[in-house]
Design a protein around this ligand. Structure first.
Ligand SMILES: C[S@@+](CC[C@H](N)C(=O)[O-])C[C@H]1O[C@@H](n2cnc3c(N)ncnc32)[C@H](O)[C@@H]1O
Ligand code: SF4
Length: 376
């Protein structure tokens, strides 16, 4: 049996943040009930062969899932329980935005079996939150977190962003210290990326906004590792830190190239052979489901080389790296040759121990360049 995950995409948001490339839309509250009907139908109609899989994680992401009340989330969860064997579920996450996760919602989510929250804090600095066009303030961060603890959530992630224009190392360190004091089980610390099609992309292109240079980004990364690892968090993936044993099991499915099914507009799926995603448009998603038309797009059969490249690409982003015996024999020798040249080019960036290859902390800084050199 292969371990597998389920992803549910809720596309609704109150505002569209300037940097966000995820499929999320505003002013569509009137379509929420229709969306719930459509996604439950999509789950019922799923015809992927899951007979060899054991689902152990569910992740409800977005968008802003915490805008949905308990009843709506329950409808989706019931559809999942009716369709799949979820008796081996160990991790069930929902993303919540500070200030947009009422107590009644959080209580009911817990009653329905959700045991992990991921809170999109991003920053604790009023000026930076404003720049990012976030609508919450720092007070709401602490309220949402403490509220979640009072309700009994004992597995909480906090998402943070660094390398924001105008952010100094001092401000970042102060955010990290305050978050460490809250003692969440998991912290995701992302570097702000400028994604094509976002408002931020336009601002950078027109030079209205200047992004921090690579050396500055490296300083933020080094500081993050230093502060978090000296406070009992370990870096297990390039942007992810956790307390012992509390890594995000759902994301590990993606990084270990294990199967997952995605439901909702834009959701991605992988069944060990094919990758695909659902249409990235709420109206075509709703119309497609309601009239039994396909909503899948970009269906891609992965070749052996694609799978090996993904094993290398995702594997090297994790601290545990890649087990060389995972690579088929005919690729292994060539891969080891490439490692030799990469070692010359990127000094002190790659480590090899017990037949596993991984990136050092310095290597993580150059991960993209190193990985490109190693792919087939
Ligand atoms: C798509 S959001 C959804 C969660 C929730 N709506 C929120 O905004 O907090 C998931 C996470 O991705 C990260 N993220 C999204 N866009 C990003 C970007 N351009 N650069 C860095 N991190 C980003 C943020 O940390 C965010 O919490
Ligand atoms: S970052 Fe989160 S809240 Fe902002 S638009 Fe994207 S999904 Fe919505």
């Amino acid at each position: 049996m292969k371990k597998a995950g389920i992803y549910i995409h809720i596309p609704f948001c109150t505002v569209k943040c300037i940097y966000c490339d995820f499929y999320s839309i505003t002013e569509r509250e009137d379509s929420i009930q229709r969306f719930i009907n459509a996604i439950t139908r999509e789950i019922e109609m799923c015809n992927s062969d899951v007979s060899e899989w054991t689902f152990d994680t569910i992740f409800i992401g977005g968008g802003t899932p915490s805008l949905l009340n308990g009843g709506k989330i329950e409808k989706i969860i019931s559809a999942l329980y009716k369709k799949f064997d979820l008796s081996n579920l160990v991790e069930f996450t929902i993303e919540v935005n500070p200030g947009e996760a009422p107590t009644e919602h959080l209580k009911l989510y817990k009653d329905y079996g959700i045991n992990r929250l991921s809170i999109g804090v991003q920053s604790l600095q009023p000026r930076l939150l404003k720049f990012l066009t976030r609508i919450h303030d720092r007070k709401e961060v602490f309220q949402t977190f403490n509220n979640a603890r009072d309700i009994g959530y004992d597995n909480i992630n906090i998402d943070l962003i660094h390398s924001i224009p105008g952010q100094t190392l001092k401000l970042w360190k102060s955010d990290l210290e305050e978050i460490i004091r809250l003692n969440p089980e998991h912290i995701s610390a992302y570097s702000l990326t400028v994604e094509k099609g976002t408002e931020l992309f336009g601002m950078v292109k027109k030079k209205i906004v200047l992004m921090p240079k690579e050396e500055i980004n490296a300083k933020f990364f080094e500081n993050t590792i230093d502060r978090l690892t000296s406070n009992s968090y370990s870096l297990y993936e390039i942007s992810n830190f956790s307390k012992p044993g509390l890594q995000c099991k759902h994301n590990m499915h993606y990084w270990n190239i294990e199967p997952y099914l995605g439901f909702g507009p834009s959701a991605h799926s992988f069944d060990s052979n094919y990758r695909w995603n659902n249409t990235k448009n709420l109206d075509s998603y709703l119309q497609g489901i309601e009239s039994n038309r396909p909503i899948k797009s970009n269906v891609e059969l992965l070749s052996k080389t694609n799978i090996i490249n993904e094993t290398i690409g995702f594997g090297l982003r994790m601290s545990s790296g890649i087990a060389l015996n995972k690579l088929p024999k005919e690729y292994r020798k060539r891969f080891e040759n490439r490692l030799l040249s990469a070692n010359q080019k990127f000094k002190n960036c790659l480590k090899k121990k017990n037949q596993r290859v991984s990136l050092s902390n310095k290597g993580f800084l150059f991960a993209d360049e190193i990985i490109v050199d190693l792919l087939f």
